[in-house]
Design a protein around this ligand. Structure first.
Ligand code: SF4
Length: 289
């Protein structure tokens, strides 16, 4: 078995900067992380061990601690004002590329467009994007599209949207609004695009793929979906402990790829890589079935 790693994978700069800031804070016990700093259980356990108070991403209340850390996914201005009005000190780790989507959404709203956001309904980043909008729709698949408005429409994306999913949704929106302006502004972030492109190239060279990342990480799930869409065997694992050597038995004479979402720590990727290398070396010299 050969193990081939993706050219781009793992932490993006937005996640790295948020974690660096969290690591630098001297007194985490006075800080509530407003949601999940990254969608990764191991990282969350580490932050909890340092004393950070965690708050669920759904049904968020005003935290009891004097300081609140806004995650890289961002929040709406409405929510920001609510926290400030409650006297909270905000430690803001919103990724600049998420801020760019917020600015774009505001600009298009002010120009009179009805906003269509391609993304996962209810996802924390999407809630932040639409939180200051009055007129909008969130669509994840072409079948979510229906007639939205007789006016002008602008389409933007959650930063971690799979680029390949955009075309069919756009065509469906245009078909549902014949003769109307449908303006598309691509707001998928570059790290996501780089990881998706690298995974696509990898899928040309492998017979199976291991994707490492949190189960609720949108971009990690998108990487796994790419493999499934191409009929390639794929396992989405959170750590090396989730791997089962039996899965790889049918692929021992073949190539297995490795990639990871933007919220996966290097050490976790390394653990999975070592597991696969170990298995590959065990298979060496054994005849293929
Ligand atoms: S995935 Fe993209 S938008 Fe999200 S934190 Fe990383 S760089 Fe920023």
């Amino acid at each position: 078995m050969r193990v081939i790693v993706a050219q781009a994978m793992g932490y993006c700069f937005g996640v790295k900067e948020a974690l660096e800031l969290a690591d630098e804070l001297a007194d985490p016990t006075r800080v509530t992380i407003y949601g999940e700093l990254v969608h990764n259980e191991e990282v969350q356990s580490r932050l909890a061990a340092r004393g950070y108070v965690a708050m669920s991403e759904t049904g968020r209340l005003i935290p009891a601690t004097p300081a609140v850390m806004v995650t890289a996914h961002g929040i709406s201005e409405r929510e920001r004002r609510k926290l400030l009005a409650a006297g909270k000190e905000l430690i803001d780790t919103t990724c600049p590329l998420v801020r760019r989507v917020h600015r774009q959404a505001e600009k298009l709203r002010d120009e009179g467009y009805f906003l269509v956001v391609i993304g996962k309904s209810g996802h924390v980043e999407v809630r932040g994007i639409v939180g200051d909008l009055e007129r909008y729709a969130v669509v994840e698949r072409p079948q979510d599209v229906h007639f939205f408005t007789p006016g002008r429409l602008a389409v933007i994306c959650q930063t971690t949207t799979a680029p390949a999913s955009v075309g069919p949704i756009l065509r469906q929106i245009e078909a549902a609004h014949p003769g109307q302006e449908v303006r598309f502004v691509d707001t998928i972030c570059k790290p996501t695009r780089d990881r998706q492109n690298a995974a696509q190239s990898l899928l040309n060279r492998v017979q199976a793929l291991v994707v490492v990342g949190g189960k609720n990480s949108n971009n990690t799930r998108a990487l796994a979906q790419m493999a499934r869409d191409r009929g390639i065997a794929c396992w989405h694992v959170q750590t090396a402990a989730d791997l089962d050597p039996a899965w790889f038995e049918p692929f021992r004479g073949q190539a297995v790829g490795l990639t990871a979402g933007t919220s996966t720590p290097d050490g976790v990727i390394r653990g999975v890589y070592d597991f696969l290398l170990d298995l590959a070396s065990k298979y060496q010299g054994r005849p293929a079935a």
